[in-house]
Ligand binder design. Structure first.
Ligand code: GDP
Length: 361
């Protein structure tokens, strides 16, 4: 794991340690940290809501070390019966739309209503851009210091599939640790919304007024996935434009076929910075969850999502196993050479390689 991320990870614990411990006791904590506790200890502490152990277990999930992954898998299995009890909310929008500010206001609203909120991120670009969302946690200063909130930056990873899987596993651990609302933040570019949409109960799209869709980089598909659109920055001189945008988006949303759940996606306006309209967003999500639960859609959707993740995980593992195979990597190069000289076709080469792979495994 990147140094930057590890330090961000312990940022929250680090603040209180600095306040309460001397240099020598900090050293003891550091040396204890290097030893990985037993699975039993992990599970007991996570179920007791110990955030430090939750953080460390997520670090194991994110590790590329096989032993860490094995341990993480057993912890996950043992935590699973205690998971599944939260509401999972996906929040997307292009950079600058106000996601961090909104999550801070929304998260505080929830914690003031005695909820426990975990904020996770899916940002496949973070390993390239060194953490573009949630990496800089000072953007959610108040929520970071709220004892009922847990904030975790995006795991670094080479593929979106890998990053998304780690996030999904982290959701399970957060739920087992007693977090009843899980917010997954993602950037409104690329394929990450589709992944996030497939792991949440409610998908919220943040927009601002006055910018065309091309400018906001939002694809039609994302609007289709949204259970609600919130026009943020509805304050000062922007209020009028925000209301115009609200009417336009409501009209546009009516053109889409109704959702399977029967829910008609809503458009609301809010000002994250002035904390206006945040309560209404929270009420709307509660309304949706009640409706979805009443109709049995809530659990049906989660079951479908689980099936999707089973298939995705198999695909990912098969892909990795194939391309990491030493014999295949040599044979693949040979087939590429044959392909270049016109001595084989892509289909024959693939067939031959898959046959050799199957014979080996
Ligand atoms: P993100 O990149 O989507 O996470 O956006 P940020 O939360 O970092 O916000 C980007 C900028 O917009 C910051 O300068 C915020 O202060 C500002 N901002 C966020 N929400 C609002 C809002 O409701 N009203 C106004 N006027 N500015 C906002």
């Amino acid at each position: 794991m990147a140094k930057k991320q590890t330090s961000a990870l312990f940022h929250k614990e680090g603040v209180s340690q600095q306040e309460t411990t001397s240099k020598s006791s900090a050293k003891i904590i550091k040396s204890n940290r290097s030893k990985i506790p037993s699975i039993k200890k992990f599970v007991t502490e996570i179920l007791a809501g110990n955030i430090s152990y939750l953080s460390r277990a997520i670090t194991l999930i994110e590790s590329t070390n096989e032993k860490h992954q094995e341990k993480a898998n057993t912890i996950l299995e043992q935590c699973l019966p205690f998971a599944n009890k939260s509401i999972r909310i996906g929040i997307t929008g292009v950079p600058g739309v106000g996601k961090s500010t909104f999550i801070e206001a929304f998260g505080k609203q929830l914690t003031s209503n005695h909820k426990k909120v975990a904020v996770l991120a899916v940002d496949p670009s973070s390993s390239i851009n060194k953490g573009s969302i949630l990496g800089d946690k000072t953007r959610m200063e108040e929520l970071v210091n709220d004892k009922n909130a847990f904030i975790r930056p995006s795991p670094s990873g080479s593929s979106l599939g890998g990053v998304a899987q780690k996030t999904r596993e982290s959701i399970i651990l957060c739920e087992a640790a007693g977090f009843d609302t899980i917010i997954i933040e993602t950037v409104g570019v690329g394929q990450s919304e589709t992944m996030v949409h497939s792991m949440v109960d409610f998908f919220l799209l943040l927009k601002i007024a006055g910018a065309g869709d091309e400018l906001q980089g939002i694809k039609r598909g994302i609007i289709e996935m949204a259970d609600a659109i919130v026009i943020n920055k509805s304050d000062g001189e922007n209020i009028r434009n925000a209301h115009i945008a609200k009417v336009e988006f409501s009209r546009a949303l009516h053109l889409y076929p109704p959702k399977e759940s029967g829910w008609q996606p809503k458009v609301l306006t809010a000002s994250a910075i002035e904390n206006i309209g945040i309560g209404a967003v929270s009420e709307m999500i509660d309304q949706y969850i009640s409706l979805a639960k009443e109709q049995g859609f809530f659990s049906a959707k989660r079951n479908n999502q689980n099936t999707f993740w089973l298939q995705t995980t198999i695909q990912q593992n098969l892909h990795d196993s194939f391309f990491k195979n030493k014999y295949i990597s040599v044979a693949l190069q040979q087939e590429i050479e044959l392909l270049k000289s016109g001595k084989t076709t892509p289909f024959n080469a693939a067939k031959k390689l898959l046959k050799s792979y199957n014979e080996q495994t």
